[in-house]
Write a protein that binds this ligand. Structure first.
Ligand code: SF4
Ligand code: SF4
Ligand code: FES
Length: 308
């Protein structure tokens, strides 16, 4: 949620015994984070309506029979929240293990690594897709080779269809953030949607056409919200494949897009003096991290003389 100076009403709750007070409209997750509890999240994004898809953020709330997804539950006055009970920890660990067994989460970032380590998650218990696992598409009617029972994604080779971005659905956890970003939440282009059912559910363009033939306008706003690296800029994807992507050595420089008068903020990510990706700050109340094709990808001329 966005906490503004006009937020005057507050609610009080207890998180793991700590009394907190927070502006009305906050979620249970907001309260947990204010209390210092590091709750894992995957499908939750700060600029999007909670999709409630992954359930990796569950906590216990006194009086509630079931575990509660903290990212979507509105905080109520007097709530007693427990984040570290055996039941909640067990459930979060299991979700991480099942997602990790069905999708390659190696690009989901340091935060997920930390959460999985802290939880003691072992996706290999269910047949994690490791580096040696086959990446090619399964035979028709079959699913992920690792363990069909728990497959959450359809295994398929990465879709490299243009110079701008890559769709690598072997890393997809079906959180629907990209679909919502492309649709009603941000872009209203509706170039991608969920296709298939059950184990065959996957993100696809209409009639599964290649992206350049779809309604996609290459805003890259789906890349900005994908939590796993299933969607990535082509340069980032190439560098990760080559093992040269090194986020720790990258600098981020805030500037203003020069293409039009809207004035979107751009964060230029540079590595070894080269722009390797462009994002936009999620906490900007005009753009919410969104850009158009010019802001997201229109900087490649800067490196064009270097053959990249
Ligand atoms: S790049 Fe933009 S238009 Fe294309 S699929 Fe992603 S959100 Fe939709
Ligand atoms: S491609 Fe990324 S954002 Fe889209 S559903 Fe898969 S994991 Fe979520
Ligand atoms: S992060 Fe809360 S349900 Fe996914």
């Amino acid at each position: 949620m966005t906490i503004t100076s006009e937020s005057v009403s507050t609610v009080s709750a207890r998180v793991d015994g700590t009394e907190i007070e927070i502006p009305e409209g906050a979620t249970v997750l907001d309260a947990c984070r204010q209390a210092g509890a590091d709750i894992p999240t995957l499908c939750y994004g700060p600029t999007m309506t909670a999709a409630n898809a992954c359930r990796v953020c569950v906590v216990e709330i006194e009086g509630s029979r079931t575990l509660v997804p903290s990212c979507s539950r509105k905080l109520e006055d007097g709530m007693e929240i427990t984040t570290g009970s055996d039941r909640a920890r067990h459930s979060r660990r299991l979700v991480m293990e099942l997602l990790g067994s069905a999708s390659e989460l190696d690009r989901a970032g340091e935060r997920l690594d930390r959460w999985m380590t802290e939880a003691g998650a072992q996706p290999e218990r269910f047949g994690a897709p490791g580096p040696e696992s086959p990446r090619e598409a399964p035979a028709p009617g079959h699913h992920h080779p690792a363990d069909p029972k728990f497959a959450a994604t359809v295994a398929e080779p990465a879709k490299v269809e243009d110079d701008l971005y890559v769709r690598d659905y072997g890393r997809c956890i079906l959180c629907y953030r990209c679909v919502d970003a492309c649709g009603v939440e941000h872009q209203n282009t509706f170039a991608i949607a969920v296709a298939g059912r059950g184990f065959d559910a996957r993100i696809s363009t209409e009639f599964d056409v290649i992206l350049p033939d779809s309604a996609c306008v290459y805003c890259g706003n789906c890349i900005a919200v994908c939590p796993t690296g299933a969607l990535a800029g082509k340069i980032e994807w190439d560098m990760r494949e080559a093992g040269t992507w090194d986020e720790s050595s990258q600098e981020v420089t805030r500037t203003v897009c020069s293409y039009c008068g809207v004035g979107c903020n751009l964060d230029l990510h540079t590595q070894d003096g080269r722009i390797v990706s462009v994002t936009s700050p999620h906490d900007h109340d005009v753009t919410l991290g969104n850009l158009c094709i010019k802001g997201r990808f229109g900087w490649m001329y800067v490196s064009s003389g270097r053959g990249v």
